[in-house]
Ligand binder design. Sequence first.
Ligand SMILES: O=C(O)CCC(=O)C(=O)O
Length: 297
Amino acid sequence: MLTDDQVEFYRERGYVLVKGLFNKDEMARHRQALHDLAHRLYVETNRGSDATWGAARDYVEGGKTSSLQHCHDVQFYDAGLARLIVDERLTGIAAQIIGPNVQLHHTKMFIKPSEKGSPFPMHQDAPFFPHENHSMIAAIVHFDDAPLEKGCVRVVPGSHKLGLLPHDSSGGWHVDPELYKVEDATPCPAEAGDVLFFSYLTIHGSGINSSPEARTTLLIQMRDPLDPPSIRTHESRGQGMMLAGVDPSCCTTKPISDDHSDNPVHKVNGTAGSCGEVTMGGEVKMGGGMAPPTMGG
Ligand SMILES: O=C(O)CCC(=O)C(=O)O
């Protein structure tokens, strides 16, 4: 659990790195599971794709090609990873930040390969899946050490207080790279077992992995079940699972479908709407007039 000082740190800075939340042996087992999953995706079935953002390619020195392996919703691929996302060491802290009820939005594995693991331009996660009350947080679980040279995550402390900022949609939604340089942001070097929690409004990104070892992480995005999406976007089959507490609105036992007309949270002016029309209170809310990206985040 977080100490009072850590809770205060999070409230002020929009992130907190929790050291040694998981032990190194269990991380090594999950790391192997994630690399086995990547092997199934990228080698055995050829279903994997490179997740490098278009805008990130410019940051790689000498125009070298970088790459990034990814998989959304890993809990559908490996039972051990399904158990990890409901582990109370993780969900207990999420509940301290969000409140007693914690609902899954999605999970995302990233493997930044050695020598050439792609960087992430600085961005908020909010434009990818805006919500009314901004309860959404990410927890990045580290399965191996992520020092500076491996492209550890970097944050802009306090940026969660700036609200939803304008983002450039070209090559993945990012803030102005002249205003927010990756190298100027605060690095959060981590060891296997450390977990970085941050708000979806906290500006973050990461550098290239130039080390001889892959960087392996799982990002778990979570929200208060009573915080409705401002717009229907970035839906996935894992969305709505309860990780802690209950869903007081009782609306998440249904599979995601285009018909939310009987859903007490997603009111659609009495009718079911299609993606992009569905609103809360009859109003389309897209911070700064932005259209939502369909990928990434
Ligand atoms: O894993 C990283 O280095 C950053 C990931 C990230 O920024 C994201 O998924 O939004």
